[in-house]
Design a protein. Sequence first.
Length: 373
Amino acid sequence: MALWDKLKGEFIDIIEWLDPTTDTLVHRFERYGNEIKYGAKLVVREGQTAVFINEGELADIFPPGSYELITQNLPILTTLKGWKYGFQSPFKAEVYFCSTRQFTDLKWGTPGPVTMRDQEFGAVRVTAFGLYAIKVKDPGVFIREIVGTDGTFTTEKIQQNLRGKVGMRIKEVMPELGIPILDLESKVVTMGDMIRDRISDGFSQYGLEVTEVQVQDVGLPEEVEKAIDKGGAMRAIGDLGKYTQYETAGAIKDAASNPSGMAGGGMGMGMGFAMANQMANAMNPQQPQGQGAPPTPPPIPGAVQFFVAVNNQQTGPFDMNALKQQVSSGQLTKETLVWKQGMSGWTAAGEVPELAGLFQQIPPPIPQPPPLP
């Protein structure tokens, strides 16, 4: 009996894999030199596939189910073994269990920037990274092309093997997606689906199916990001007046964070207000009534305001105090053209009754002493 028990212990009569892990793609059933008994039971659970390998050659593949290993269930192995008339004795073969469930949270990233052409920004260098998910579609091909003789093949090993392939393939297809640079970050889901569809065929040669590609972040050059931010701000504010307020608010914030620069900041803000005022007037010039000019709001009662032509550009309107200062500084002369609401056209300041008194307040030139005899 002792000899029979010893011989019986050398035969394997149940082949199965109870997977205790969450990251194993392929597991080789260890038989430690023992032979598989004729009529042994093979148990393949849901989410598994069993693959028989004979001396390095792919043999029979079994989907989920329970099988009795006899000649009829092992047609390919029977041919490889040369069992023309069946067999009744134990045999040796490698059995690999392959997990066919989906494996997620595998990382990818572009190996360096991707040059994408955009109608608005031209050629832009973009980087991207994210996650992808795969499942084994053809266990035989996967074992032959990727696993080889590895007894336990995990997601860590598949990432080492595929990371470069996935990243390089995505880098190739990104310029062909046709998504504008401005829309990349807002269309990461669409971008992921498009990438998945474009790279799936390339991985079928490894027996794999890419089930999902997630784009978690898109990196743009700093100057492009600034242009996008500025463009978004301009679209949000809608007109020049609000843009001036936006820029002024930023200048005030910067000045407040730098107390030592308040004096210079105040001067800069004053110049900014003057420039913004001229820009606003240039973009919406006032024209005399009767020539198709849009109506302007009436002045505050009692406050007379004039527009002043400077270098063929309309400035103002200015009240009398501001005009008086311009006369004193020499900026406003009798020949300077001015206009106010109700006037038929631009007129020299010296010919406008309301302004004539301003020029009379200018002191005459200091008399020069007569030359010495």
